[in-house]
Design a protein around this ligand. Sequence first.
Ligand SMILES: [Zn+2]
Ligand SMILES: [Zn+2]
Length: 104
Amino acid sequence: MQIEQQVSEQQYDRFQQFRFIASLRDEPNCRWCPRNGCETPCIADPTAPTHPELQCPVCDLHFCFDCNQEWHPNMTCAENRKFLVSIGKISKEYVAPLQAIPSE
Ligand SMILES: [Zn+2]
Ligand SMILES: [Zn+2]
């Protein structure tokens, strides 16, 4: 009995999360935390003085609103992208998942 209850609660949570994610599809200021396994949706405030730097409220990762990579102080998005390609972190064909929905 107890296990059944837990499962349905989990499913309910997932349902709520799904609804929340679906509501973010239309949110132009929404970015997903780029950290693997975190992928928390963050709503940016384009008028904030720190913009386009975002901070994930869950894992505290700083990342870039424009290119959705880890924050890159003193580099443009293009320079950062070149750098990430040069160290093999991303491939040349990589396209930033600006509003990608986590695959799950
Ligand atoms: Zn995060
Ligand atoms: Zn950037």
